[in-house]
Design a protein around this ligand. Structure first.
Ligand code: NDP
Ligand code: A1CAB
Length: 269
């Protein structure tokens, strides 16, 4: 591998900026990082906010040891066509794009380039991210360790076989959105019942954080924790009965399967 240690983030939107800020918080110096952006206005914003160099995709691909691709799946073919002529097999490509397989990327780059596929999520912004990584055809242990080192700056990292990545995307990549949807719904319920919005928000957010901590710190199964809240003939039982009547569990299953199917379809667009 090339050893200048430089990491280029190609496409610094929501997820690219999240990774960039996490790497800086974790102690990387701005000089070790490069970013690329399509719009000049966004490039200026990021340069001023983080003190990092903003370069072209070709410059980044010619220079950095590790290229982290964080454009939308639909923009990936164009980006790969742009950087393929300057990439060397000594560089490592790390893709964060949903649905885009390592094979898709490898087939558009010079033979032998190591590609690692990653599915992160936005809690990375507060160092509570969950990322799953998978090896491409030309990866060895050093490439996986390199990708783990990047993602560990913003949270937890696990390794999964690539065939699981669409399901991972549906559960943890998209997962924060489902949680925020539940949070919105609970706050709205509080407001409907006459609670001030600020009160309802504080109640729901702390209940979420407390429940998440309870799950992690006790290691108990969620069913056990739910049963402990559910007094016979009480308020929770009345609420859960409504959730079951409205088929909320089945709706989650369908929703997450839809996300998995959408991930599978993205590379074909
Ligand atoms: N957001 C999330 O929660 C997660 C996202 N991902 C993946 O991360 C990737 C990015 O998503 P997200 O950050 O949300 O999307 P964004 O649209 O916020 O970010 C993508 C950025 O890349 C820029 N861009 C597009 N094409 C190029 C190019 N050729 N060269 C340089 N910059 C370019 C875009 O510019 P412009 O604004 O002009 O389009 C935009 O700023 C996606 O592939 C997504 O699947 C993965 C997990 C979670
Ligand atoms: O919605 C999306 O396609 C991206 C991938 C996972 C989260 N956001």
């Amino acid at each position: 591998m090339s050893t200048n240690g430089q990491v280029a983030i190609l496409g610094a939107g929501v997820m690219g900026e999240t990774l960039l800020s996490g790497l800086l918080r974790a102690g990387r110096r701005p000089g070790e990082l490069l970013i690329t952006e399509r719009r000049e206005e966004r490039a200026t914003e990021l340069r001023e906010r983080y003190g990092v160099d903003v370069v072209t995709n070709v410059e980044a691909a010619a220079k950095a040891e590790t290229l982290v691709l964080v454009v939308k799946p639909q923009d990936m073919p164009e980006l790969l066509a742009e950087i393929a002529p300057v990439i060397q097999p000594t560089q490592t490509v790390v893709s964060l794009a949903a649905g885009i397989t390592t094979g898709f990327i490898e087939s558009r780059l010079p033979e032998g380039v190591a590609v690692v596929r990653v599915m992160p999520n936005t809690p990375a912004l507060v160092d509570e991210g969950m990322a799953a990584i998978s090896r491409g055809a030309h990866c060895d242990e050093s490439h996986l360790v390199l990708a783990e080192g990047l993602l560990a700056a913003t949270g937890r990292v696990i390794r999964v076989p690539e065939k699981q990545q669409d399901a991972v995307t549906a559960i943890s990549g998209s997962g924060p959105a489902y949680i925020f949807f539940v949070v919105e719904s609970m706050i709205e319920a509080g407001v409907h019942m006459g609670l001030p919005r600020t009160t309802a928000t504080e109640l729901v957010v702390q209940t979420l954080v407390g429940s998440a901590k309870l799950l992690r710190e006790t290691g108990e199964h969620p069913t056990v924790l739910r049963e402990r809240v559910t007094s016979p003939g009480g308020t929770t039982a009345a609420a859960v009965r409504e959730l079951e009547d409205h088929k909320v569990r089945a709706a989650f299953l369908s929703a997450i399967e839809a996300a998995r199917n959408r991930s599978r379809a993205l590379a074909a667009e």
